[in-house]
Design a protein around this ligand. Sequence first.
Ligand code: ZN
Length: 152
Amino acid sequence: MAQSFRKRRRQAGPSKNELKVMRGRPERQNTLRSRFPQVARVSLALRFTGERGQVFDEVRRVVQPDEGLDLAAACPGRCGVGNFSFEALVTEAVAVRKNLIESSAVCAEPLAPGLPQTCGCTLNCRVDIEFQPEPATPPPPPPSAPAEGSPA
Ligand SMILES: [Zn+2]
């Protein structure tokens, strides 16, 4: 089941928080561990294709807990301004401990201001999420032994 991408348009006036995300937070605040402590590893496979199926770019990346987590990608198409973000998808998947996301999105930025043609670059992405093992539930305390030989 393909979930739809949330695509960010520059013109939409990103919130202050989004700007902070895009402009690069200090590295230690942007690691996989700080973001999703319950995740052991994220594997990203991104493939950008043009309108005629030509491959612009392919990216494969494995993010370890101490590495920076970047959940957005600039459109490599001719628009020059498009930006794909899959942060919401990953956040949602982590929340329900889902291991695999497959999604795609088409860049709808105009090729040039005022032109009716849109970029049309397509991003197909697959994200594998490996979670830390669930914290083991502590064994139940031993049943308190009945007081034996208590003085009568
Ligand atoms: Zn584009």
